[in-house]
Each structure stands twice: as structure tokens, then as C-alpha cells.
Ligand binder design. Structure first.
Ligand SMILES: Nc1nc2c(c(=O)[nH]1)N[C@H]1C(S)=C(S)[C@@H](COP(=O)(O)OP(=O)(O)OC[C@H]3O[C@@H](n4cnc5c(=O)[nH]c(N)nc54)[C@H](O)[C@@H]3O)O[C@H]1N2
Ligand SMILES: Nc1nc2c(c(=O)[nH]1)N[C@H]1C(S)=C(S)[C@@H](COP(=O)(O)OP(=O)(O)OC[C@H]3O[C@@H](n4cnc5c(=O)[nH]c(N)nc54)[C@H](O)[C@@H]3O)O[C@H]1N2
Ligand code: SF4
Ligand SMILES: [Mo]
Length: 718
């Protein structure tokens, strides 16, 4: 592609795609009517360098989709939606909220943060601020059906103030159950133009190690790939840790100063010998030793290797997800894979204040053990309730029972486990409001749908609070509004819904610790200025930066630790108990195991019906190894019945030689008239984790049999 010089592109057409964490710089062309016509990657964006995926390139179709909701809708008693004015909708919602608050108290009013709330910085702050204004604890998000094992690990094990080993000087990167080249969401990797960034890292000498039952797009670049049976990662990593301690590959000096519980962990790891683990995971013992050696063994002169291990959904959605994540982070802890005193900090902050990072641990606090607790026994995790409890909380009584729910940019009926149960529970809500431009399984059940402007029709900054994790360089781009909302539409920005409701119910919102006017609605820019009030660079400059720029400023280095720093806790008693349980569990391996896995074309349940997407991916097939297909008499494109202990569905099968045999996969997020929802096979309750109620969404047993397409049973579905 010809590289456009900066002056060739009209700056007013430049913004970012906000579907995923990549936040690619894009150039948006408008048609004569001012609607988004064409989207392409911005070759002059310093980080994304022209990269944009099919999802971002299709944003035009999304914005002008004939299915887009352009006016507030109210559901009638007979299930139809009728158009109402925005003020009328807000008045009625507030009136109903007022009654529910009066009758059931603040916890009965809940909010759900979907993925499109995370990438909307004002809404992301306003949703919890609205709940806090009412005094409600009922803040739910996708995190607790995603990788909240990472939050639990941070607060059981501890975290390192200065972050993991910097990407720039990583000699080795270990990726377990994640596919960053497709999903762009692994914090140890670069997520901007990820293929190019990985190739550059490899050219610098970084070795990539991958543990995944599928030879993924990421694994195609791996120096070593281990393809174990899924849902055995806890045992697998336990085996790696045991070997690291046995071979003296741990960083002994680091552990002496910073880690507590190494001996107790060593004892608990005793059952996880190389042979035991190799057998459980159905891998060769020497491959387990080799990948552990590649990651952990110090250089011959005794220097430790640099570069960290990280996991993704594949490791955080199985039967021992919280334990798995703890053990994965123990790989980093035992090997000391953290930024050390004097190391340059990749991204010390742009939108937020810069603060000194010391070379020391932050002690775990086990926050869920104190404070508020719901009637189902769950506390709060980083201020959030557990999403898999939501259906029970809607149907139940007692502390934390939910009667009203506002969902912003999410589709929890599709995303939570056990779809039929979840949908039935949501149908029992006294009030369900969905802030969403489209009908989906959740908004279809809503009493009100409030359509927002879509991302190219509003301005944004990136997440200030996550910038040090999602960016390895101090990068900033103000994502400007490049398109007008459709003619004759009546839309409301997501954050404004919360402000308008609070005003009507007489609650005062404290936005990011700053009380805001409840008389006159703030301007969007005023709120950006609040979020940027401690920024490392002047807020006015940041709000004017539309192209995207790396703002190095004064480089920052990691500071020395305080005299007696807090320590990582590698062996808290609940983790030891989980290890003991794990050692006693032996799964029979005759059934197929179904794993999660994302595809490039869509994000979760979004935008499946756009013509360019539907043409490329009309449904979500069940991918199988050709040998597993042949042994069941299945040919490519055949219809199959998939049964789990909790449900069944019909799917089209597709061959995938990249899968190890014995493992099948299908993407989640489908099933609303296109493909099938894999969550029809999962359970909200059985096997869910302690602390976060995380259901088992990956690595569970299924049976797959052929179905005769001509036998009148129709196509895929559940
Ligand atoms: N079995 C199984 N289940 C899973 C997973 C799995 O791997 N396997 N993954 C889990 C994970 S990690 C997650 S994060 C969840 C996903 O959970 P959700 O966040 O609930 O699902 P999404 O489909 O991402 O929802 C995004 C919604 O935003 C809407 N939207 C699109 N554009 C806009 C916009 O401009 N503004 C607003 N307000 N809304 C917009 C879309 O129409 C869609 O309804 O699913 C979880 N469920
Ligand atoms: N294109 C695209 N990008 C996305 C999304 C999307 O839907 N589409 N969703 C976004 C969201 S909400 C999230 S949370 C992130 C998630 O990002 P990732 O965590 O990277 O998710 P996946 O790409 O599904 O990769 C999970 C990998 O785990 C493997 N796996 C499954 N089970 C196991 C197991 O038991 N053990 C091991 N070792 N591996 C296993 C799968 O084969 C798969 O390769 O992606 C985000 N980005
Ligand atoms: S969805 Fe695609 S274009 Fe959009 S930010 Fe993510 S990778 Fe970039
Ligand atoms: Mo997610």
C-alpha cells in the first residue's frame, strides 16, 4: 500500500477504532450524505502503522446498518417495541427506579458493564459512579465471566509495583491459552499492529513459547509450542514450577527478598512430577521439560533470563481457573521476571499522573473477605459483584437481590453461562434497560432500549487507568468524533443516561472523585478534563492531539525498594487446598473437550449481521480435527449434535488440522439467529469457582454425533 504523507490526509478524518484494545488509528471517508463510507488503517499512526482488522474496516457498515436502533424504544406488554421520546423514556425509567429503590433498597438496582462500556471512557467512569450515588453494591461486568482470576491472583499473591519484565528486553515470552495475534489482549505483548510487533521482537532475539491445544495464529510464530489436553493447565504449570524448584532455576536472591511461602509451595507441588503431568496433559515428558527449561533456565553465567509468562481466557475459563492463574504468576515470581531497579519504565503514564514505581511487591489484601457480602456468600472483587450470580440474584431474595438492571454495551444473556436459565431470569426483572444500538438477546428482553451514538460519532480518550498495561510506550491519541449521528435519530451518549437518571431520582454523582453539577448536564469535554486533571501532559494539548503521538517526556526508571518491602504470598492456605484437590482429580479422557477460542471476524456477539462479516462468516462452526470427524462419520459442512452435561445444540462442523485431536472449539457470542450459542452447553452453578463464581466455559466434555440434515431438524441452533 502507498504510504500517505501526513499532509495528504485531512486530519479531521482521523480517529481510532474502539472495538478492541488495539485501538487502531483509522482514516474515515464519508459519503455525500456525511455517513461513514470507508474505513482504512492510518499508515502514519506511530503505533498501529496502517494496521486495522476486518472489524474496524467494517465500522461503516455498522454505523449505517439498517438494523441500527435510532430512537428510544419501549417494550409493550405483548412484546412489541414502540418508539418513545428520549425524555419520556428517561422519566419513566427513573420513576420505576425510584419505586424499586424505595421498596427494595439500593442493591436491588444493578448495572452491567459490557465490552463496549470499557472502551467508552466517560461511560466507564459514569456507570459505577451512578451506582455509588444510589449506594448500590450491584456493579456487574464481563470481568467476572472473563479473566477475573487475574484480579484474584493479584489479591492472593500480590503484584509488582514496577510491572513485569519490560517487553523491549524480553528474551522469552510464554503465552498460555491466549491468542494475541487475533484477540489483541495479552498485556505482556504489544497489541498495536501485533503481527509486525511480534516479528520485530523475534528479530531482536525474543523467543516465543506457546501452550495451547490449538496451533493458533500466534503459535505459528512460536519457537516452541506445547499442545496439551485443555483444562489441565493448573497441573501443567504446577509441574513446571516443581521442575523449576528442583533444578534450581528459580531466582533465589529475588525469592529471598520478595517471596514468602516457597517451601510450602514446594511441598504442595510434590505430586506434580514430570511424568504425572505429562500423562495428565497427554504430552511427551521431554517436551514439558524443554519448555520449562526454555522459560526458566538462567544463562550459563548465572544471569536470569528476562521476559514474562502470561495467560488468556483459555487458562482462565477452565475448572481450576483461579488456581491456574495463581500458578502462572508464580512462574514470574519464582523466576523474578519483573522490572528491576534502574530499568526504564515502558509507559510511565500520559493521561494519568506519573508516580514513582519501586522494585517491590504490593502485598495482597484478599479484599473479598471483608466488607459487603451477598446472600449467596460472595463478597466484592475490585468493587464488583459476580456476574454468574446475576440470574440467581434476579430470582432470589435477601442481600443483593436484583430487581432492576441497566446494561451498557453488553449482551449478558448471550455471554453468561446456561443461556436458557439466564434468559428466563432476565425475563423476570422488574426493569431492564439496555443502552445498545442493536437488538440482541439482552436488549430484546429489555423494557427500554436507549440507543447511543456509535463510536465514530463521539470523541474519546483511552482508558487512563489501564494505560500502563495496554501500551508499552507513552502513546496518546484523542479519538475525535468524525461522523454525525444519522439524520432524524434521537440518541443519547451512554454516560448521559446515568447522569439523567441520577438527576431524576435525586442522586448526586461523584465522577472520578469530583462532584459534578446535577443541575446542568456537563459537557463531554468537561468530563474529559476531569479525567485528565492529573495528566502527565497538559490536558489541552492532549485534547488537541488527533493524529497520535508517542510522548516520552522525561524517561522514568524503577526506584529502589523500601527497606523491608512487602512479599508475594505464593502459598496461601486456599491455594494449597486447591492444589491438593487438583492432585486428586483425574479426568477420563475419552470424551472430546470443547474449548473457547475467538475468531478475527467478530468481537463476541457484535456485528455478526453486517454484510461483509456475514459473507465471510455466516455462522460459527464447531472446528474438529479431521481424524475426530472421520471417526464419527462427519464430513466438512455436516450437521452435528453437540451434547454436554448441561445441554445440547446443533452445529455445522469444519475441519481444523491445527487442533490436537480430542479437542473441539467454537467461538462464543453466536446464536441469535446466526449459528449456535455455545453457552447452551455450560452451567451457571456446577463447577463454578469460589470467590468469583466463574463458570466453566472452556475444556469441558462433549459428545459429538452426526445429524441427518434431511431429517427435518433444521440448521444450527439450540
Ligand atoms: N462460552 C463462553 N462464554 C463467554 C466467553 C467465552 O469465551 N466462552 N467469553 C466471555 C467474555 S471474555 C466476555 S468479555 C463476554 C462478552 O460479554 P458482553 O460484553 O456482554 O458481549 P458483547 O457481545 O461484547 O456486547 C457488546 C454489545 O455492545 C453493543 N454495541 C456495539 N456498538 C456499540 C456502541 O457504540 N455503544 C454501545 N453502548 N453498545 C454498542 C453490541 O450491540 C453488543 O450488544 O462473553 C463471555 N462469555
Ligand atoms: N477478534 C476478536 N478479538 C477479541 C475478541 C473477539 O471476540 N474477537 N474478544 C475480546 C475479549 S472480550 C477478550 S476477553 C479477549 C480474549 O483474548 P484471548 O484470551 O487471547 O482469547 P482467545 O483468542 O479466545 O484465545 C484463547 C486461547 O486459549 C486456547 N485454550 C482454550 N482452552 C484452553 C486450555 O484449557 N488451556 C490452554 N493452554 N489453552 C486453551 C484456545 O485454543 C485459544 O487459542 O479477546 C478480545 N479480542
Ligand atoms: S477491532 Fe480491529 S481495527 Fe478495531 S481496534 Fe481492534 S484490531 Fe484494530
Ligand atoms: Mo472478554
Amino acid at each position: 500500500m502507498k504510504k500517505a504523507a501526513p499532509h495528504e490526509t485531512d486530519i479531521s478524518r482521523i480517529t481510532t477504532c474502539r472495538i478492541c484494545a488495539g485501538q487502531c488509528g483509522i482514516i474515515v471517508e464519508l459519503d455525500a450524505a456525511g455517513r461513514v463510507d470507508r474505513v482504512r488503517g492510518d499508515p502514519d499512526n506511530p503505533l498501529t502503522r496502517g494496521y486495522a482488522c476486518i472489524k474496524g474496516l467494517t465500522l461503516g457498515e455498522a454505523h449505517s446498518s439498517p438494523n441500527r436502533i435510532l430512537h428510544p424504544l419501549r417494550r409493550t406488554d405483548d412484546g412489541r417495541f414502540v418508539q418513545v421520546g428520549m425524555n419520556e423514556a428517561l422519566d419513566e425509567i427513573a420513576e420505576r427506579l425510584g419505586k424499586i429503590l424505595a421498596e427494595h433498597g439500593p442493591d436491588a438496582v444493578a448495572g452491567f458493564r459490557g465490552t463496549m462500556n470499557y472502551t467508552n471512557s466517560l461511560a466507564a467512569h459514569m456507570l459505577p459512579a451512578w451506582l455509588a450515588a444510589m449506594g448500590s453494591h450491584s456493579f456487574f461486568s464481563t470481568m467476572t465471566i472473563d479473566q477475573s482470576a487475574k484480579w484474584i491472583t493479584a489479591d492472593r499473591l500480590g503484584v509488582w509495583e514496577a510491572g513485569k519484565d519490560p517487553y523491549e528486553n524480553a528474551e522469552v515470552l510464554l503465552v498460555i491459552g491466549a491468542n494475541p495475534l487475533v484477540s489483541l489482549s495479552t498485556f505482556t505483548m504489544v497489541m498495536q499492529n501485533p503481527v509486525k510487533a511480534l516479528k520485530e521482537a523475534k528479530a531482536r532475539g525474543t523467543r516465543l513459547l506457546v501452550i495451547d491445544p490449538r496451533r493458533t495464529e500466534t503459535a505459528a510464530f512460536a519457537d516452541r509450542l506445547l499442545q496439551p489436553l485443555p483444562d489441565e493447565d493448573a497441573a501443567l504449570v504446577a509441574g513446571m514450577l516443581r521442575l523449576i524448584l528442583e533444578e534450581n532455576w528459580a531466582d533465589r536472591e529475588f525469592c529471598e527478598h520478595n517471596v514468602e511461602g516457597v517451601e510450602a509451595l514446594r511441598d504442595a507441588l510434590a505430586p506434580f512430577t514430570v511424568d504425572h503431568v505429562a500423562q495428565r496433559c497427554n504430552i511427551a515428558a521431554e517436551d514439558l521439560v524443554a519448555i520449562t527449561r526454555d522459560f526458566a533456565e538462567p544463562h550459563p553465567d548465572g544471569r536470569r533470563k528476562r521476559g514474562a509468562a502470561a495467560s488468556g481466557t483459555g487458562a482462565n475459563m477452565g475448572a481450576f481457573s483461579n488456581l491456574t492463574e495463581h500458578l502462572v504468576e508464580c512462574l514470574n515470581v519464582l523466576c523474578g521476571r519483573f522490572a528491576r531497579e534502574g530499568d526504564a519504565i515502558g509507559n510511565p503514564g500520559v493521561l494519568g499522573a506519573r508516580w514513582p514505581r519501586r522494585a517491590q511487591a504490593i502485598a495482597p489484601t484478599r479484599g473479598w473477605e471483608s466488607g459487603w457480602r451477598d446472600a449467596w456468600g460472595y463478597g466484592l472483587l475490585m468493587g464488583e459483584r459476580m456476574s454468574a450470580i446475576l440470574p440467581q440474584a434476579i430470582l432470589g431474595t435477601g442481600t443483593g437481590a436484583v430487581r432492576a438492571l441497566v446494561v451498557d454495551g453488553g449482551n449478558p444473556v448471550n455471554a453468561l453461562a446456561e443461556t436458557a436459565e439466564t434468559a428466563a431470569a432476565f425475563g423476570n426483572l422488574q426493569l431492564l434497560v439496555s443502552i445498545d444500538p442493536f437488538l440482541n438477546e439482552t436488549s430484546r428482553l429489555a423494557h427500554f432500549i436507549l440507543p447511543p451514538p456509535m463510536m465514530l460519532e463521539r470523541a474519546d480518550i483511552r482508558s487512563r487507568d489501564w494505560e500502563s498495561y495496554t501500551l508499552h510506550e507513552p502513546f496518546h491519541q484523542f479519538a475525535q468524533m468524525v461522523a454525525r449521528p444519522p439524520e432524524n435519530s434521537e440518541l443519547i451518549e451512554d454516560w448521559q443516561v446515568f447522569w439523567e437518571l441520577a438527576k431524576r431520582t435525586g442522586h448526586k454523582i461523584i465522577f472520578d472523585d469530583v462532584p459534578i453539577s446535577m443541575e446542568t448536564r456537563p459537557e463531554t469535554e468537561d468530563l474529559f478534563r476531569i479525567l485528565l486533571r492529573h495528566s502527565a501532559f497538559p490536558a489541552e494539548d492532549l485534547l488537541a492531539e488527533k493524529r497520535g503521538v508517542v510522548l516520552r517526556g522525561d524517561p522514568m526508571c524503577v526506584k529502589p525498594a523500601e527497606p523491608c518491602p512487602p512479599r508475594f504470598q505464593v502459598a496461601p492456605s486456599d491455594v494449597l487446598a486447591e492444589l491438593e484437590t487438583l492432585a486428586g482429580v483425574r479426568r477420563q479422557t475419552s470424551a472430546l473437550r470443547l474449548v473457547c477460542g475467538r475468531v478475527r471476524h467478530v468481537q463476541n456477539s457484535m456485528y455478526h449481521d453486517l454484510p461483509s462479516i456475514a459473507r465471510r462468516m455466516p455462522e460459527n462452526p464447531l472446528s474438529m480435527h479431521p481424524d475426530d470427524m472421520a471417526s464419527r462419520g462427519l464430513v466438512p459442512g455436516a450437521l452435528a449434535r453437540v451434547r454436554s452435561a448441561h445441554g445440547e445444540l446443533r452445529v455445522t462442523v469444519a475441519p481444523d488440522r491445527n487442533l490436537r485431536s480430542g479437542v473441539v472449539t467454537m467461538p462464543h457470542g453466536w446464536g441469535d439467529g446466526r449459528g449456535a450459542n455455545v453457552n447452551s452447553l455450560t452451567s451457571l452453578i456446577q463447577g463454578r469457582q469460589t470467590i468469583n463464581a466463574m463458570p466453566i466455559l472452556s475444556g469441558f466434555d462433549v459428545m459429538v454425533d452426526p445429524v441427518d440434515r434431511n431429517a427435518g431438524q433444521g440448521g444450527p441452533g439450540n
